[in-house]
Design a protein around this ligand. Structure first.
Ligand SMILES: [Zn+2]
Ligand SMILES: [Zn+2]
Length: 217
């Protein structure tokens, strides 16, 4: 299993990257992206902490670890610039903190993330049909999340993604050890969001494809 959305204590997570990676490996994960909360003020710092260590941490734990960011509450008109800053500083994956219904994320964030061509739009809340259509066209993955609160709109995201052919990924948004969902529980949550076995397998493959692309394999 792969979780492409996690936090360390470089933002509001509980663990240092080495422990997060170790605990994920022991929990049966084969891939992990470290995506701490970022805006223009800390993106360079976050990535400078990560880019030189992720491959060694991954190799030591027999898994793939990606250096990334979750652009969080970045105003829509600044998202494309922040994404470029992250790419230019070695980000292997860019997640944008979407319009979850449990936080006052600025309207237009979902659209700006998709237009910027980021990798994953996380917890996109009550995303519009038009934005889901655009995500499908641009190949931006929409996230189904096991995270409390953000997960309340999983069913809506699944319904529209299937309708318009947008790609999905399933993430935990891990902040602490207890968030590293077992594969069984993650599977149940995905089924509960309305995905079939085949659609869950396709979502897992989308995550694997993002890892493979990041590592050039
Ligand atoms: Zn988020
Ligand atoms: Zn997050």
């Amino acid at each position: 299993m792969i979780d492409l959305h996690t936090h360390t204590f470089f933002s509001d997570g509980e663990l240092v990257p080495a422990e997060l990676v170790r605990r994920a490996a022991v929990a049966g994960y084969t891939g992990l992206a470290i995506t701490d909360h970022a805006d223009q003020s800390n993106t360079v710092w976050l990535l400078s902490n990560l880019v030189d260590v992720v491959d060694a941490l991954g190799a030591a734990n027999n898994m793939q670890v990606l250096a990334g960011v979750e652009l969080t509450h970045v105003p829509p008109q600044m998202i494309a610039g922040a994404a470029k800053l992250a790419r230019d500083n070695g980000a292997e994956i860019i997640v944008v903190h979407g319009e979850t219904i449990v936080e006052p994320v600025i309207e237009g964030t979902n659209r700006a993330a998709i237009e910027a061509g980021v990798d994953i739009l996380s917890h996109p809340g009550l995303i519009s049909e038009e934005d889901v259509r655009l995500a499908a066209e641009k190949g931006v993955c929409l996230e189904i999340t096991t995270r409390k609160g953000h997960s309340l709109t999983n069913g809506h995201v699944v319904k529209l993604a299937l309708q318009y052919g947008a790609k999905l990924v399933i993430d935990n948004d891990t902040h602490g050890p207890g968030d590293l969902m077992s594969p069984e529980m993650s599977h149940k949550i995905a089924l509960g969001a309305g995905l079939t076995e085949a659609q869950i397998a396709a979502a897992r493959q989308n995550s694997a494809d993002l890892v493979a692309r990041a590592k050039g394999k």
